[in-house]
Design a protein around this ligand. Structure first.
Ligand SMILES: [Zn+2]
Ligand SMILES: [Zn+2]
Length: 172
């Protein structure tokens, strides 16, 4: 089992220009905050593939891939929901005077793998995490779960006197 790696020393590899290396690592994943709710990542430590290649002029081209699953409240009805996410992210860190292209995750040739994995996962998330495709959500009036109450769930229209009065006004 590969050792857990939260940061990775790229300089230690001493790759020469054009040389590449593939590493399988264990990366720790922090829970994500999303719309005021906390989403737990499973597994918390994920097996990830890190491809490193040395560019010309002492830079690195990086690719990080892993699969994880996310657990938390459905964004419509708050029932438990989960989503599987495949992450495939690339970074380039190219120091140089003319065209400086630095990765925010590389500092002094040390890669902050945990921060990169967290951000890449957040970017790979579905826009809405739902308990089921097309979750019906909660009734806006009484909060009943519309997935279980069925489509016949409805409320009698209570006449609101203020609106009734407005209805009598004539705009012309
Ligand atoms: Zn739902
Ligand atoms: Zn209702």
């Amino acid at each position: 089992m590969p050792a857990r790696t939260d940061s990775f020393d790229l300089g230690r590899l001493r790759l020469s220009s054009g040389e590449g290396r593939k590493h399988v690592l264990e990366v720790g994943l922090d829970p994500l905050q999303f719309g005021g709710e906390t989403y737990v990542i499973t597994p918390e430590v994920v097996g990830a593939t890190l491809d490193i290649s040395r560019t010309t002029h002492n830079g690195h081209a990086l690719r990080l891939r892993f699969d994880a699953s996310l657990r938390g409240p459905c964004m419509r009805c708050l029932e438990p929901a989960r989503a599987a996410v495949s992450v495939d992210s690339r970074e380039v860190d190219q120091p140089g005077d003319v065209e400086e292209l630095r990765s925010p995750y590389v500092e002094e040739d040390v890669l902050d793998l945990r921060a990169w994995a967290r951000d890449a996962l957040a970017l790979a998330l579905p826009v809405q995490l739902l308990c089921r495709p097309g979750c019906a959500g909660l009734c806006a009036i009484c909060g009943t779960d519309l997935n279980t109450s069925g489509p016949e769930h409805a409320h009698e229209r209570e006449p609101d006197l203020r609106w009734a009065k407005l209805g009598e006004l004539k705009f012309d």
